[in-house]
Design a protein around this ligand. Structure first.
Ligand code: HEM
Length: 471
């Protein structure tokens, strides 16, 4: 008897995510979900329609997934949009006039003043420090075990990116007596950076947010760390001006005074860069290692690429260009788990957008506009197999099929992430160093459930098995 063996099509890996709702939630359910995990709120229309004009806690809200309309709001008519009230109610008490939360003239002046540190040439100058810190980090892995061990990748990546940020922007001179600074930052953001029922009611900022009371003490502690760091560096700038590191901290302090930044603004920006500059990258790195562990063929291609490029003696500053598989794995992880899942704006004056098919979209003054990488990156009309992890989409030969405004991990327009190149380079260097020495596998306990706090992060720990690679 002859038997036909049919090749089994291998289904691409679909990592965990909430299934779109098919029924609109009740008002109570909306409140509960927004407070617990907004990612679980969105229904099928949010993943299939180009835009939805809806009401959210009494305010007219436009959910936007159409790349043309996104471009209109974030770029072409950007002057008509400011940061949405709810976003500011959450973030401004922590970051005040730091770049992420500043508006108007303060934002313009600060962005211009800070930009020189983040030009592509300057950001690339950090490559060697990023390499050194990543290598120090893997040495700790080798000290922990020679062969294989289990670790919480989510916490590990937070430590690694904090160390890189602290070394590159502050030359390792953040003044803290805590030996768990990245844990403290984590606690600060989690205590303070979440939606409170008072935010949903858009109560003014002086109305106490009970869910954040615990965070106020942590915030005071942080402000003290920032002030001590500024004071210590100022003293050094005075006593040994020729030996002072020419880093972000020195640059900020030199901006002090006329036409530059006030002392309060400098303080707010130090806190902003500590906050915005590491947790985002950490989350994306952890999701990348988790997703890659589930696509062994692609992982092998990455390992081959990493080994080849490092053996060739290429400088770390070239790795971002020379490791397209590593870069693609990271970009695809940010598609499915965008570290910043929602970019929220509010119309200042009435606005109109005409869709290419002739549809007219009215955006009245005061309307909230939600550009959500979370739904945009999983949109059924924009992506093939939207829920599947397929890093091939981001390889150079396929990359130009992705519209500039359908993939927005770093936002777009004048308020695009100032640290985007920094983060991309950091991610590729960190992944290359980690994966050259170790292989990361899932364990029976690796079931990360994505939740939206400030970032898209696993709800609990993300345990993975780390094994030394044979060379
Ligand atoms: C994978 C890592 C990162 C992601 C996904 C990310 C994402 C974003 C996004 C989406 C925005 C725009 C927000 C909006 O328009 O409302 C933003 C802004 C910002 N990001 Fe990042 N970010 C990352 C890493 C970094 C790093 C490493 C730094 C600093 C070293 C940084 C500093 C900032 C700052 C200061 C802003 C505010 C810019 C402005 O409004 O002018 N980010 N980021």
């Amino acid at each position: 008897m002859s038997m036909t063996i049919r090749a089994q099509a291998v289904e691409p890996f679909e990592p965990p995510a909430p299934v779109p709702r098919t029924m609109p939630p009740s008002r109570l359910e909306i409140i509960r979900t927004v407070l617990r995990n907004p990612l679980e709120l969105w229904g099928t229309p949010s993943y299939t329609l180009p835009y939805i004009d809806t009401k959210f806690f009494g305010s007219r809200t436009l959910i936007v997934n159409h790349p043309g309309l996104i471009r209109h709001v974030l770029v072409d008519n950007v002057a008509n949009y400011r940061m949405a009230v709810v976003r500011q109610l959450i973030l401004r008490p922590i970051l005040r006039d730091g770049l992420l939360t500043a508006e108007g003239e303060v934002w313009k002046r600060s962005r211009k003043a800070i930009s020189p540190v983040f030009t592509p040439r300057h950001a690339k100058g950090f490559a060697n420090q990023m390499l050194a810190k990543s290598m120090e980090f893997v040495e700790r892995y080798s000290a922990a075990a020679q062969t294989s061990f289990e670790t919480d990748i989510s916490a590990d990546m937070t430590d690694l990116t904090f160390e890189i940020l602290s070394e590159t922007l502050f030359s390792g001179e953040i003044v803290s007596d805590s030996n768990d600074m990245s844990g403290d930052v984590d606690r600060l953001l989690h205590a303070m950076g979440r939606v409170d029922p008072m935010d949903l009611l858009q109560a003014p900022s002086w109305v106490p947010r009970l869910t954040r009371i615990g965070g106020t003490r942590v915030l005071e502690k942080f402000r003290k760390i920032v002030l001590d760091t500024m004071e210590k560096r100022r003293a050094r700038m005075h006593t040994e001006p020729n030996l002072v590191p020419q880093d972000f901290l020195t640059l900020l302090l030199q901006l002090s005074g006329a036409g530059g930044l006030s002392d309060d603004e400098i303080e707010d920006n130090i806190l902003t860069f500590i906050g915005a500059g590491h947790e985002t990258t950490a989350r994306a790195l952890a999701w990348t290692l988790y997703c890659v562990a589930n696509v062994p063929d692609f992982r092998m291609a990455m390992e081959g690429e990493i080994d080849r490029v490092i053996a060739s003696g290429a400088e770390p500053v070239q790795w971002l260009d020379q490791m397209p598989h590593v870069r693609a794995a990271f970009e695809e992880a940010m598609r499915l788990y965008p570290p910043a899942p929602s970019i929220n704006r509010e119309a200042i004056r009435d606005d109109v957008w005409m869709a290419p098919d002739g549809d007219r979209v009215d955006i009245p003054a005061g309307m909230t506009v939600l550009v959500m990488p979370w739904t945009l990156h999983r949109h059924e009309t924009l992506w093939d197999r939207p829920r599947a992890y397929m890093p091939q989409r981001f390889l150079p030969e396929n990359r130009d099929r992705i519209d500039r405004y359908q993939y927005l991990p770093f936002g777009a327009g004048p308020r695009i992430c100032i640290g985007a190149i920094f983060a991309m380079q950091e991610a590729v260097i960190a992944l290359a160093v980690l994966m050259q020495r170790y292989r990361f596998d899932v364990t029976a306990e690796s079931h990360p459930w994505p939740v939206q706090k400030l970032t898209t992060q696993p709800r609990d720990r993300l345990p993975m098995l780390v094994s030394a690679r044979a060379h």
